[in-house]
Design a protein around this ligand. Structure first.
Ligand SMILES: *[C@@H]1O[C@H](CO)[C@@H](O)[C@H](O)[C@H]1NC(C)=O
Length: 880
């Protein structure tokens, strides 16, 4: 076959991609003559066509045909083309077996490096570390040196897994293997370092670039600047910016955007804002102008940082400049409003979007619906869905699932059912996620029978019982105290996947089986976190540790959450030094979080080890873990318990400097401690500071009142109550009844009477019981008329109260009623689910999202090359 004919062939094939079986027959016909050898291109084309049509047995047939062609060299080249395009089409297993056949048939002639690269790339994509090591070793055994491309691929892979040491080893090996790292190698490794919060190592790398005749480019500078910003090392970021300019690379808008975005992501909104303002000002510093990305990032930062006023100003100025037009900007603004509880405003913004012709998309509506559901405003959420429909935006699985979740969490099973019907009427079919929501709510409510039926249906209808489903069931069992059953099921899952749920004892569930579906669902990090948490809670720490070892043995990589469970467990049982040993181990594999430290600090607090708390807070700072309000309140609490109130009070400055604002609890701890120490002056002073700093005045006043009253400072308490009344403070939490009683007892009947009247005149609805002492007292001193008048008011108040109580009672009653109704309609509900489950799942997307979420837990690990050591777990426990 001549050259022109060959290209002709692959073109003809490509033209027929729509008809893969025709292409295949055509191709087979053409190569049926032993003298005509297909070109590598045509083999690539036909492989791609077969792969995208999932015609896998045809690929095997092709493999077979090519394997036996003559001359051998032609066969070899064809096979290489086949394996390479199989790998590129995502058929890694096929590609590997084709590769194997090349190796077996042509042992003396190793395949070209590009085939190795293609296979490695596919293994990286599919997260199959075991193949990577085999391929890599094979490559070396063949005397091949990996090229720069191979190295970059592997370095990137190790970085992705967070195995930076391995990545670095490879990087250092490059020159020894005769290939120079290029700009990409540096960029990839630097990105890995920055992501792992090791920006200083990335900096070293950058500074060493010139030794390899590479010059730092804009990309690597941007990576590092953003890395330093994320670590809170603003000074370093600034310095690099300077260095970048000195290198003759002017920072572009991307540099600035990544700075602002990094600063926002670590909560340094003020600093981000400063950078942003500099850009806006153009004060001869030759800075790039903010573009729409900058504006969106800044807006998002303001919203997430709770700086709603700034956000609003920015929106206004964007509107003025005519750049507030993208759905993306609107969605950020919507999410910001919702996040900050401005649900009404969010609804208005939705309407504004429609008015201005910026079509809100499904996501826009979903933001608002989600916000409303989270606030428990389900009917509002439902009406937004109505709005959505009337604007011809079709609710998707997320919309329905959100709303469904809302109903389920309010135990409105009836409405949930109705919604399921609407969902199907709209042609949007429930998927595993939807079913899992229902399952969780049934399970939580203890409607186990229904839950089991749902499980059974899910299985019958081929909704894969996925790991989420299994985890819901395991969590349910743990909550129900059936911990041992849960553990048994997890053990079973390793052998039988979700079929292990059959062990629940329900006959139907015995049918549950995923062994044939190819992707058995195995216990993951969530599964282990669930049972380990339950074991720790039950005080079965040894068993929890065993499970942890088992988990590591199964190559399920731990995350901070699971370490925190142990730390919590140890601290709760007073085993502080064990908890600290967990911290040490944790540092080897993942970064301790603020919560980690807070748990330890709690533990130390219970042992009054104040100095160690200080040390720990310093350590946090050094490691770049930000202390939060929990951290400081624990310290304040510890200091107060130790009688060191002055020290506690002096912490406020430090807190504010570190961006942690003292809240009501911080002040109440201190105020209570001062009262306990009878230092009323200091308590009063703290109270006044608190009033000027925190928002929750009602809580502060009631705390102060109650402390004064309990401390026997009756006149001061009375005075404070009067001030509170004038300021319309909510006195629900005040023990005013006791005060009135005390006044009466102390022969200050007039004062008590006056106080009562003042409260009534100011419209407070009081506890009628608080009137008794005064009515009695007035009667005793012969002021019959006044006593009667007050008794009338008391009756008034009682009816008033009763009415509102009545309303509560009424609401309770109707709830009960509706739950009865729900019960009676449960039969219907069940059949609804059944009918739904008899339909086919139309949505692959949600499944994909779910898969991705699961993947995020990352079960694969290159550590399979080197068995993990588990013995360290033994050291956690105190031996002495
Ligand atoms: C104040 O901080 C404490 C943490 O110590 C937290 O539990 C509490 O909910 C916070 N109070 C408010 C009103 O945010």
């Amino acid at each position: 076959m001549g050259i022109s004919k060959r290209t002709h062939l692959s073109k003809t094939l490509l033209k027929n991609t729509k008809n893969p079986s025709f292409s295949w027959h055509f191709f087979k016909h053409l190569i049926s003559s032993p003298s005509s050898n297909p070109s590598p291109q045509s083999i690539s084309s036909i492989t791609q066509i077969l792969a995208s049509a999932q015609m896998l047995s045809e690929i095997d047939e092709l493999h077979h045909l090519l394997l036996h062609r003559q001359p051998p060299e032609a066969s070899r080249l064809s096979l290489i083309a086949l394996a390479q395009s199989s790998a590129k089409s995502g058929l890694l297993d096929k590609a590997l077996s084709q590769f194997q056949s090349i190796r077996t048939r042509f042992p003396a002639k190793p395949p070209p490096i590009r085939l190795y690269n293609a296979l490695l790339e596919a293994s990286v994509k599919e997260n199959r570390p075991e193949f990577i090591s085999v391929l890599y070793k094979d490559m070396l055994a063949d005397g091949f040196s990996p090229d720069t491309y191979t190295f970059n691929l592997l370095i990137g892979f190790f970085c992705e897994l967070g195995h930076l040491d391995d990545a670095r080893k490879l990087f250092d090996k490059m020159p020894l293997k005769g290939c120079r790292p290029n700009e990409f190698s540096f960029g990839i490794l630097a990105r890995g370092y920055c992501r792992a919060r090791l920006s200083f190592q990335a900096l070293e790398l950058l500074n060493g670039m010139r030794d390899f005749r590479c010059s730092p480019n804009q990309v690597i500078y941007n990576t590092l600047i953003s890395g330093f910003c994320k670590e809170g090392r603003i000074d370093e970021a600034e310095r690099l910016l300077e260095q970048m300019r000195n290198d003759g690379i002017s920072p572009n808008v991307v540099t600035f955007n990544s700075r602002i975005s990094a600063l926002c992501s670590v909560g340094e909104i003020q600093e981000a804002c400063r950078v942003f303002r500099d850009m806006q000002k153009d004060n001869g510093m030759d800075l790039p102008c903010p573009n729409i990305v900058t504006l969106n990032v800044m807006l998002d930062g303001f919203c997430k940082g709770g700086m709603l006023e700034e956000a609003e100003d920015l929106v206004k100025s964007m509107k003025k400049d005519g750049v507030f037009t993208e759905p993306k900007s609107y969605n950020i603004w919507l999410a910001g409003l919702v996040r900050n509880g401005k649900l009404l405003e969010a609804r208005l913004v939705l309407e504004e979007m429609v008015e201005k012709g910026v079509k809100p998309n499904t996501y826009s509506y979903n933001i608002v619906i989600d916000g409303l559901c989270k606030e428990g405003m389900i009917s509002e959420a439902k009406s937004v869905m109505g709005l959505m429909r009337s604007n011809r935006v079709i609710p998707d699985t997320v919309t329905y699932s959100t709303l469904l979740h809302g109903y389920c969490s309010k135990r409105k099973v009836l409405d949930a059912n109705r919604l399921l019907h609407d969902m199907m009427r709209d042609g949007c079919f429930p998927n595993t996620i939807t079913c899992n929501i229902l399952l969780q709510s049934l399970w939580k409510e203890g409607r186990i029978l229904e839950a089991e039926k749902l499980l059974q249906k899910m299985n019958e209808r081929g909704y894969g019982l996925d790991i989420v489903t299994c985890n819901i069931v395991i969590d349910g069992l743990c909550r129900r105290g059936k911990l041992d059953k849960a553990i048994e099921i997890v053990d079973g899952m390793w052998h039988h996947g979700s079929a292990a749920l059959g062990d629940l004892g329900n006959a139907f569930l015995g049918l549950v089986d995923d062994t044939y579906s190819g992707n058995k669902c195995l216990p993951d990090l969530v599964t282990y976190s669930t049972i380990i948490n339950a074991l720790c809670k039950a005080g079965r720490l040894d068993e929890a540790k065993k499970k942890f070892i088992e988990m590591m043995g199964k190559k399920v990589a731990p995350d901070p959450v699971i370490y925190n469970i142990f730390i919590h467990g140890f601290c709760k049982h007073g085993k502080i030094s064990s908890a600290f040993r967990v911290l040490k181990d944790m540092e080897k594999s993942c970064n301790p979080t603020t919560r980690t430290y807070n748990l330890l600090i709690q533990g130390l607090r219970s042992k009054q080890q104040i100095d160690r708390i200080h040390d720990l807070i310093n350590e946090m700072q050094q490691k770049g873990v930000c202390p939060d309000i929990f951290t400081y309140n624990s310290l304040i609490n510890a200091l107060c318990e130790g009688g060191r109130m002055r020290e506690a009070a002096s912490l406020f400055d430090e807190m504010v400097q570190r961006g942690v604002f003292p809240n009501v609890s911080s002040f109440s701890l201190l105020i209570k401690a001062f009262f306990k120490a009878c230092d009323f002056g200091a308590a009063q002073e703290t109270f006044e500071i608190a009033l000027s700093v925190c928002g929750q005045k009602d809580a502060l006043y009631s705390l102060m009142f109650n402390e004064l009253h309990n401390g026997g400072r009756v006149s001061e308490a009375k005075e404070l109550l009067e001030i509170s009344i004038e300021r319309s403070i909510d006195i629900e939490g005040f023990s005013y009844g006791c005060l009135i009683e005390v006044l009466c007892k102390e022969d200050r009947l007039e004062d008590a009477h006056e106080l009562l009247n003042k409260m009534i005149d100011n419209g407070y609805i009081l506890d009628p019981a608080s009137f008794m002492a005064v009515v009695d007292g007035l009667g005793k001193v012969g002021k019959k008329r006044e006593a009667d008048k007050l008794a009338d008011k008391m009756m008034d108040m009682a009816t008033h109260r009763e009415e509102s109580n009545h309303m509560v009672a009424k609401r309770r009653y109707s709830e009960k009623e509706s739950s009865h109704r729900q019960l009676s309609e449960d039969g219907v509900g069940e059949s609804n689910w059944r009918s739904i489950l008899h339909r086919d799942d139309g949505s692959g997307l949600a499944m994909k999202v779910l898969k991705r979420t699961q993947k995020g837990w990352g079960q694969g690990s290159v550590l399979s090359l080197q068995p993990r050591k588990n013995d360290f777990v033994e050291d956690w426990e105190d031996t002495g």
